[in-house]
Structures are given as C-alpha cells and as structure tokens.
Design a protein. Structure first.
Length: 148
C-alpha cells in the first residue's frame, strides 16, 4: 500500500508499466468533467471508475481485495478514510472470490486507517485488503484499475 499526493506521483511511475499512463491521464484530463461510471483508457488493461458516494462508517465498510487489478484511488472531493490490512492477515472471508467482478470481501477489521484528502491517492496491490469510502460527507474519487 502506498499513500501519496499528486505532486509525488512521478516517484511511483516505475512500479508498473501502466502507472505512467494513469498519471498522464490525470495530468491531461479535466477530471471535474468526467461523468460517474467506467472510462476505458487502454482496453481492459487500464480503466478508471469515477465514483461519487456518501461516506459510510468504519463499521459499515468491509475490507476487499482484488487479484487481477491494482487500484490507484485518487480522491477529488471530500476525505476518504481508507482502511488497510495485509491480505495474508484476513481470516474472515464473507464469500469466495468473485472472478467476474475481481473482488472478495472480508469481515476482518482494518489494521490502519489512512485519511486521504483531495489530491491524494492510495495504491492498493493484490496483497492489500482495503476498506474505502469511509467519511462523514460526500466523496468524489477516481479508481484506476491497472491489470497486474
């Protein structure tokens, strides 16, 4: 898991061949005009989900993980307090892994909470369980899905 601001994004570009393209999209797109939903960037290799949601409590948020995609979750408005726990320490699965949706949920409690304000992002790798959308207000964010 990585927590950083947009001004620090270039230092993480070398971690994956598609990270530079995701950061380029952020720099060259008027993010305020993107409609909610899925926007393809490079077929199924790189896409972004624009999400607007009312925040939930830590208790309501469930840890989740993905196998096929790395998440870069960039907050545009509000503050998203994202929970984190190593996937290897998650022992209470809610259900089996859903291959079609690339997701599995857990009832475990997050080990850490990262208060992520606007213009900051978290990168979650397949070995990171995370619980997003925790806030007392509304959140607008981008979730980049980068194929492993």
């Amino acid at each position: 898991m990585i927590f950083a601001t947009l001004s620090q994004a270039d230092r993480y570009a070398a971690l994956h061949p598609l990270f530079p393209r995701a950061f380029e999209f952020i720099r060259n797109t008027d993010l305020s005009t993107l409609s909610t939903g899925i926007h393809q960037i490079i077929d199924k290799q790189l896409f972004v989900i624009v999400e607007e949601a009312q925040g939930r409590t830590r208790t309501e948020a469930r840890l989740e993980c993905h196998r096929r995609y790395i998440d870069i979750q960039l907050v545009l408005q509000g503050t998203d307090e994202m929970g984190w726990k190593p996937l290897a320490d998650c022992l209470q699965p809610v259900s089996d892994y859903n291959e079609e949706r690339d997701i599995r949920f857990f009832n475990d409690t997050a080990d850490s909470w990262i208060s992520t304000p606007a213009n900051a992002f978290c990168i979650f790798f397949p070995d990171d369980a995370h619980a997003p959308l925790v806030s007392t207000g509304k959140i607008r964010k981008l979730i980049f899905k980068i194929a492993v």
